[in-house]
Design a binder for this molecule. Structure first.
Ligand code: MN
Ligand code: MG
Length: 435
């Protein structure tokens, strides 16, 4: 049994910091209970994380704002270190706070990190004495794993894990990465490393791309952001534990994709799983393996995304793991304080419920803030120049099955404002750019 978490975005607690209430629909504290249950009813299991871990929630912002000193353990790892992960993969959002923050953060993980398609591009070298042209991370690992066979005897299997990130990190985090790293195509990189892994003795190979399904065209687009379907054409990949698009696979949404079995969870014949986001699902792939003449063969596979919450019945399917909640209690309290810091006051309510059909104040205030900020920074020769601003409605109803959930919209009531309201109005810690 191979288990996967993805796109946790530092949603460790089952808590909504914007509303200040418990939220049973998100959080590793809940997924952890699914992990324990999934391990209990399988003889052999391993767990991977796909990435997009360090950014994307108030706790992530609180930690980035506070910064990490050498030896500090990020709360994401305080929690994950309790769950015996086999490997972690680097997501695109891992780069949002810069390489220095990333280096200090992943120091705290008690499991290896893998990524095969990011290379050092700095003339002066990168972290850990890595030279220009070399992989910035460990591209893959092969872990000798002890398992029990059907007769209860110990067996050994070499499980290979390889990680990938979208090449688009070079655009999305240009200021943080320009001149420091280069990124290669996901499929091309797999074709380079998978045969090496096989030659080094990997019995089965699990790809962990931080990349959505993408196009089923063969050959796929070079440098594709979403390359999971294209990865299925690379020989000797036995399973794909993917993510990035915050969707769920297997799911009926994908029934019209060519060569896709949304019952068994097969993409072009390869078992694959994408367990949503923020801990709302656990990815599960069950293999039946046979050892013949000293060689392991995959007999069959079954794939599931297991939810923590029943959206139709509005019922939690699992309780929170109290050890996970406990281990991040300090950072949870810190985040609560952080989001309650006063920053101003509003004379009217700001809601985004109608943002897709009419102008609304939740987008206007962001534009107004951007204009004010740029005007204040204009050089003397441009004083009085008109400034235009573009802003997007980020919270406009959610992406999958959450469009009727009021928490997926901005809701800022008139009165005193806190950082929590600012984060509600502007979900992502993006960088403003003026041209
Ligand atoms: Mn993500
Ligand atoms: Mg992503």
């Amino acid at each position: 049994r191979v288990l996967e978490t993805t796109d946790l975005h530092t949603n460790i607690m089952d808590f909504n910091y914007y509303t200040g209430k418990d939220d049973p629909t998100i959080g590793l504290a809940r997924t952890a209970s699914l992990i324990h249950a999934a391990r209990k009813d399988a003889k052999n299991s391993v767990l991977v994380d796909n990435g997009d871990l360090l950014q994307g929630s108030p706790m992530g912002d609180y930690m980035a704002n506070k910064g990490l000193q050498i030896g500090d353990i990020h709360p994401a790892y305080k929690a994950m270190n309790l769950l015996d992960y086999a490997v972690g993969n680097i997501g695109n959002h891992e780069f949002n706070f810069g390489l220095d923050f990333l280096e200090k953060a992943i120091e705290g993980a008690k499991f290896p990190y893998i990524n095969s398609n990011v290379y050092c591009a700095d003339e002066n070298g990168c972290w850990k004495n890595i030279k220009k042209g070399e992989n910035l991370f460990t591209p893959y690992v092969i872990k000798k794993t002890e398992i029990l066979d059907n007769d209860g005897n110990k067996q050994e299997i070499n499980i290979g894990y390889i990680g990938f990130v979208p090449p688009q990190i070079l655009l999305w985090d240009k200021q943080k990465l320009s001149g420091k790293v280069t990124v290669d195509d996901i499929v091309k990189t797999a074709e380079k490393y998978v045969p090496k892994m096989k030659a080094e003795g990997a019995d089965i190979i699990i790809a962990v791309p931080h990349s959505g399904i993408g196009s089923s065209a063969n050959p796929g687009d070079p440098m594709a952001e979403n390359a999971t379907y294209a990865l299925t054409s690379v020989k000797d990949i036995n399973a794909i534990m993917f993510g990035h698009s915050h969707s769920i696979f297997p799911h009926a949404d994908y029934k019209d994709l060519p060569n896709t079995d949304v019952e068994k969870g097969l993409l072009n014949g390869v078992p694959a799983v994408m367990p949503g986001r923020w801990g709302d699902n656990l990815g599960v792939i069950d293999f039946k393996l046979e050892r013949k003449n000293g060689k392991w063969t995959v007999i069959s596979a079954a794939t599931h995304a297991r939810p923590i919450y029943d959206g139709a019945a509005k019922q939690p399917l699992v309780d929170a793991d109290l050890d996970i909640r406990q281990v991040v209690e300090l950072e949870h309290q810190g985040t609560l304080k952080f989001v309650d810091e006063p920053i101003g006051a509003a004379e009217a309510n700001m809601y985004s419920f109608l943002t897709l059909v009419q102008d609304d104040p939740t987008v206007q205030i962001v534009s107004d803030a951007q204009i004010a900020n740029v005007k204040a920074k204009l050089p003397p020769e441009l004083k009085g120049f008109p400034v235009l601003s573009a802003a997007a409605p980020f919270k406009a109803g959610g992406r999958h099955g959450t469009s009727s959930d009021a928490d997926q919209y901005v809701q800022v009531d008139k009165g005193p404002l806190t950082f929590k309201n600012a984060a509600d109005l502007y979900l992502y810690p993006n960088t403003m750019v003026a041209v």
